[in-house]
Ligand binder design. Structure first.
Ligand SMILES: N=CN[C@@H](CCC(=O)O)C(=O)O
Ligand SMILES: [Zn+2]
Length: 412
């Protein structure tokens, strides 16, 4: 199949083009459509009948095209395996944050080449499943040298990297001393490689006060913020994320009414229909993790109805969610979380981009948005082997990814 790396490519006869571009208002889904890719960018979209000529053409034969998935939450820099822990969970054990230490030991024991090879293989799996923009985190190093190594390796593969030194306090280390290290030497060592910082604010991980220190230091260092919050019980994660103006708070399995109100309040100045105004804290739901840990599914429907922008992400990691399949996350969101297909696809594309701050910008204003299909945005497309995105939920688990273009290049 041709791509747009050496000229322009016209993809024509698209049965359903789900642009997820809020600037189109109610007209975000086009039928009988075509798209022109030119180099890395989308150069044109509209009715097939009106499509301009291009250097190469591809007939989509009535199939659906979506933006590539934007996976805004993953932990892919690791070695080792936790099948036994998963089996124990399926036999009735509950998930404990302490399992992270097993992966830390295996990751520390792997050399750089091995870690990079593993990361590349996982990123390739994600790409094969339609993911065209990928965030990943550190958090399985947990000392200065190991976290810096993870960040450096991650930055060679992922589009954006998050510093998660505050993932677990290593055994035998004083929690407050460790928090100080995260906020000073560790932060300094990872800083050249990362755009974001995150903290696992949960019983068994970091307290509210420790999380607050981490967020303040990382903000001071110029990093964008995100929070792992409210995964294992109600707690201060959501409130902290909103207070610090974090770009997202992720997990959200246990929310109080006050948490929902705080998240909704953060979007009070935002117009969701057009994607304009003052943004708030994205609620990132991680359905594959919820199922794999047998936690209640995050209340995505309730959050949307309250006016909160949501994202869906894989949270791919060896402990709680060993899949990078965004198709699976979207399917689950429709079948079990009460989202429409359009809402679920939006959350896995535009919502992820919003969580990563890359939802807007065209080459005329110096940006290159991902997560939606519009002129000047990055040419990240996902062709389904189906006439509509509805088939993701209608035919769950089927291999529906037919082709993937990332920045105009065909990658699957
Ligand atoms: N909750 C914290 N961190 C990961 C799990 C990490 C692990 O268990 O290895 C998560 O997002 O689910
Ligand atoms: Zn996570």
């Amino acid at each position: 199949m041709p791509d747009a790396t050496n000229g322009s490519l016209l993809i024509t006869n698209i049965g359903e083009l789900m642009t997820q571009d809020p600037a189109r208002g109610r007209d975000t889904v086009l039928r009988g459509a075509a798209v022109v890719l030119e180099g890395e960018r989308i150069a044109w979209l509209g009715p097939s009948a009106a499509a301009p000529a291009a250097d190469a053409a591809y007939d989509a034969a009535g199939r659906a095209v979506l933006p590539g998935w934007v996976d805004s939450h993953s932990h892919l820099v690791f070695a080792g395996d936790r099948t036994a822990e998963f089996e124990a969970r399926m036999a009735g054990e509950s998930y404990q944050a302490g399992g992270i230490a097993v992966t830390v030991a295996a990751t520390r024991a792997a050399d750089d080449d091995e870690l990079l090879r593993l990361l590349r293989a996982r990123a390739a799996e994600a790409t094969a499943g339609g993911t065209t923009y990928l965030e990943t985190k550190t958090g399985y190093g947990l000392d200065v040298a190991q976290e810096a190594r993870s960040a450096r390796i991650a930055s060679a593969v992922a589009d954006q990297v998050t510093f998660l030194g505050a993932h677990l306090v290593p055994a035998g280390v004083d929690p407050d001393e460790y928090t100080d290290l995260v906020c000073t030497g560790m932060l300094e060592a990872v800083r050249p490689y990362v755009q974001w910082a995150d903290v696992f604010c949960e019983r068994g991980a970091f307290t509210e006060e420790q999380s607050r220190r981490v967020l303040a230091a990382c903000r001071e260092a110029g990093l964008g913020l995100r929070v792992h919050g409210n995964q294992l019980g109600e707690g201060p994660g959501v409130a902290l994320a909103v207070e610090f103006g974090a770009s997202s708070v992720d997990h959200l399995n246990y929310l109080s009414d006050a948490d929902v109100d705080l998240l909704a309040g953060s979007w009070a100045g935002w117009e969701s229909g057009s994607g304009t105004g003052e943004r708030g804290t994205v609620a990132t739901c991680l359905p594959a993790c919820d199922l794999s840990t047998r936690q209640p599914l995050a209340p995505a429907r309730r959050l949307l109805d309250a006016g909160v922008e949501i994202a869906l992400a894989s949270n791919c990691n060896p402990g709680t969610s060993y899949t990078s399949s965004m198709n699976y996350c979207v399917t689950t969101a429709v079948l079990q979380m009460g989202l429409s297909v359009h809402e679920a696809v939006r959350a896995g594309t535009y919502g992820g981009a919003l969580a990563l701050g890359v939802h807007t910008g065209t080459d005329t204003d110096g940006g290159r948005a991902v997560g939606s299909i519009a002129v000047g945005h990055r040419a990240d497309l996902h062709l389904l082997d189906a006439p509509s995105a509805t088939h993701l939920a209608y035919r769950p688990g089927m291999p529906l990814t037919a082709a993937v273009w990332r920045a105009g290049k065909q990658v699957a």
